[in-house]
Design a protein around this ligand. Structure first.
Ligand code: HEC
Ligand code: HEC
Length: 428
């Protein structure tokens, strides 16, 4: 009954939009009253994602940084933060995987979620990018397309010209042109459709397979080793790892698979990248974080351009909690990519404040320059909860074996298609 009605409606809309009168060689362009279908948006999004022809130098596509064969994270040959040897292209932030990114939600300054926070304000959450500065994937896609260090299109008109030369230009026109018009003659409109196509493509099934060993274990279809189970228990224990408070590992009450991020913003104070010069004294007045270069500070949320948050020090140094799904595939960790092994990323939580000399450089007088990637006046806003808070007596919350077991557990979060033996070595 419902299907018959939908068919009748589609036929009616096709008549109204004149599609039914189109010549037979030209297939009816739009199924639902002048709107492109999800299939068209996805197919065009996928084609554009892989197309270096959309960049100014003809060499860079979205896939150059977000490789579809590597869970949409950089492949083994691509440095993260991005670098191709040309300082004009050098990135300042680690390249995230785009898997599960679609669930970030819009940015909110206050988050009150009965299930997670029990009615207490959980603080800022959501948005795309490490600093949450884009509210939707649509908005996000415009950033790399026009960023001078990335795909470097000068304006919508030059991007529309590149689109017109693409092998899928005819399909783009068919999907997005209003009757009797050429969408590519209206660059603003073309770029809007393009951004929507990226957003819809980024919701295709390959962006959220939920089929890691851990997912299969949750569904009762796989086992975990004793080390992985112990790692999971430490991950959840509020007095030990306490990882679960920000990287939730349980299904929601409605049965939704865990995302391993609550999308909250926290100042973790990761060390400064070793290849950058020390922070300039003027770091606190650096421009918007995305433009941070050289000796400037990347202050995250308080420089994301959000009204009311700008330069409020309590929002500075905060970055959005990433998902830990597929984290074992990464070669650099945290927003600035300063940490280069998963074990170190976990060990950092245990010993940041008990053994800061392991993570931070020394001042001229030999003292440790803790939190060296943040201006000194922001140290007060750095997170010091468990697991950072040492045990009474100053010992770390996690010892070496605990760290190994948490790493073993994190290796169960790799999606099946990209899980090349990581789980095998851990007893698949
Ligand atoms: C030069 C490398 C590079 C290219 C090319 C690139 N990206 Fe990214 N992408 C990044 C980096 C780095 C970030 C994080 C940036 C930040 O937080 O400021 C990112 C973030 C994202 C995010 C946000 C993910 C999240 O979890 O919030 C999405 C979505 C995304 N990129 C999609 C795209 C699309 C679509 C394209 C092509 C139009 C593209 N990227 C091209 C490097 C790149
Ligand atoms: C209070 C919230 C919070 C807690 C608790 C927490 N994390 Fe995180 N985690 C974050 C945030 C925020 C980031 C990103 C910080 C940045 O890049 O500046 C992060 C990043 C990471 C990363 C890097 C991921 C990547 O893609 O680069 C790993 C690995 C990680 N956390 C593991 C853990 C583990 C293991 C624990 C428990 C021992 C833990 N986290 C506890 C908030 C938290």
């Amino acid at each position: 009954m419902r299907r018959a009605r939908a068919w009748a409606l589609a036929a009616l809309l096709a008549l109204v939009s004149g599609a039914a009168a189109a010549p037979a060689v030209e297939p009816a362009p739009r199924a639902y009253g002048g709107r492109p279908t999800v299939e068209q948006l996805t197919a065009l999004g996928r084609a554009m994602f892989d197309d270096p022809g959309l960049s100014a130098n003809g060499k860079m596509s979205c896939a150059s940084c977000h490789d579809p064969a590597a869970a949409f994270a950089p492949d083994a040959r691509t440095p993260s933060p991005f670098s191709d040897g040309d300082p004009a292209h050098a990135g300042t932030r680690a390249i995230p995987s785009l898997r599960y990114a679609q669930f970030a939600g819009r940015f909110a300054e206050h988050t009150i979620d009965d299930e997670e926070t029990h009615g207490v304000d959980g603080g800022p959450t959501g948005g795309f990018m490490w600093d949450g500065r884009a509210d939707t994937a649509r908005e996000q896609a415009l950033i790399p397309l026009f960023d001078e260090r990335e795909m470097a299109n000068a304006d919508a008109a030059s991007l529309a010209r590149r689109l017109a030369a693409a092998p899928y230009a005819a399909e783009f026109r068919r999907a997005f042109s209003a009757p009797g018009r050429d969408v590519l003659a209206d660059p603003q409109q073309a770029v809007r459709w393009m951004a929507l196509a990226f957003e819809v493509f980024e919701q295709a099934p390959e962006f959220a397979p939920f089929d890691s060993r851990y997912d299969r274990w949750l569904a009762g279809r796989a086992t975990l080793t004793p080390a992985q189970l112990r790692g999971l228990a430490l991950f959840r224990d509020p007095e030990r790892g306490n990882c679960d408070t920000c990287h939730p590992s349980r299904r929601s009450s409605s049965g939704r698979a865990p995302l391993f991020t609550d999308a909250g913003f926290i100042a973790v104070a990761v060390p400064r990248r070793a290849d950058l010069p020390p922070l300039a004294a003027s770091a606190a007045v650096a421009p918007v974080a995305s433009r941070a270069r050289g000796a400037e500070a990347d202050l995250g949320l308080c420089r994301s351009g959000r009204a009311g948050l700008t330069d409020d020090p309590s929002f500075c140094g905060r970055f959005r909690t990433p998902t830990l799904r597929n984290v074992a595939l990464r070669a650099s960790f945290f927003h600035n990519g300063a940490v280069h092994s998963l074990r170190d990323a976990v060990a950092f939580y245990a010993t940041r404040d008990t053994d800061p000399g392991r993570w931070y450089p020394r001042n001229a007088d030999g003292s440790v320059h803790a939190y060296d990637d943040l201006p000194a006046d922001l140290a007060a806003f750095v997170d010091r909860e468990v697991p950072f808070e040492p045990l009474p007596g100053g010992r770390p919350r996690l010892d070496d074996r605990d760290i190994d077991d948490i790493v073993a557990f994190l290796q169960t979060l790799t999606d099946a298609d990209v899980d090349t033996g990581i789980a095998a070595s851990a007893g698949r």
